[in-house]
Write a protein that binds this ligand. Structure first.
Ligand SMILES: N[C@@H](CCC(=O)N[C@@H](CS)C(=O)NCC(=O)O)C(=O)O
Length: 229
């Protein structure tokens, strides 16, 4: 991974590249900078200590809707991983799973039957109930997203804001009794959670102060060096 500025909102630290454990020079990760899904993969790679060359895509200029990205991903979304034999992988979690198989340590998809199932459960819950709802609240309301989200339905964006808070209440109760989203160990579920909560800022949704466990959890995740990747 190339060195990049810690420009994502809510990132307190930058990744320490002395921690590198693997370099995958033949691959290319088409990256979307501050966008949440590309960031999920960069954080995952930083936690693993894996360096993948980045191919930056200017999403603000809609570069992802054509050219290299559209040629590799018919959905025209980022991130996209191209392997050294030309094979293409899309979907953030699929890309992360691929790296988990190649480099199992540290395990970020859980250990053992129950541990892996719990990570799957919380990763999906956080992705579907938090990240997606925040995404709808941002994309259907923010004026800058008018050309991205067609049709833009502001009422749908607004309808998602209470859904975000409802899920945060559930998560807050869970985090009262454990350190991380899926148990006592950091996992991809935490990465999705960190990215989703940081994405609440541009979506103009505040984390209510009474969710002290969520606030503690987010503070600790944001302080990890990987958060700056
Ligand atoms: N389910 C996909 C979602 C990918 C996605 O929606 N990426 C956003 C950036 S966070 C994107 O490329 N949006 C481009 C667009 O909507 O035109 C994943 O997990 O990777």
């Amino acid at each position: 991974m190339q060195r990049r500025a810690a420009s994502s909102p809510g990132c307190a630290a930058s990744f320490d590249f002395r921690e590198l454990r693997a370099i995958t020079a033949g691959m290319k990760l088409f990256d979307g900078g501050r966008a949440p899904n590309p960031r999920r993969v960069r954080i995952f790679l930083a936690e693993k200590g894996i360096a993948v060359p980045l191919a930056p895509v200017d999403m603000g200029a809609m570069e992802h809707r054509g050219g290299d990205v559209a040629a590799r991903n018919p959905l025209r979304r980022l991130p996209v991983l191209e392997l050294d034999d030309g094979a293409v992988l899309c979907e953030s979690v699929a890309i992360c799973r691929y790296f988990e198989e190649l480099h199992p340590e540290p395990a970020l998809f859980g250990r053992g039957a129950l541990g892996r199932a719990l990570v799957e459960m919380w990763q999906r819950r956080i992705e579907f109930n938090l990240l997606m709802s925040v995404g709808h609240a941002f994309r259907h309301v923010h004026p800058a997203m008018k050309e991205w989200e067609v049709p833009q339905v502001p009422e749908w964006g607004e309808a998602n804001k209470p859904k975000v808070l409802d899920f945060l209440a559930v998560l807050d109760a869970e985090l009262a009794s454990r350190e991380f989203a899926a148990g006592d160990t950091f996992s991809i579920a935490d990465i999705t959670g960190l990215v989703a909560i940081d994405f609440m800022k541009p979506a103009r949704i505040a984390v209510p102060q009474e969710f002290t466990n969520v606030i503690r959890w987010h503070r600790e995740l944001a302080a990890r060096p990987s958060a700056g990747a």
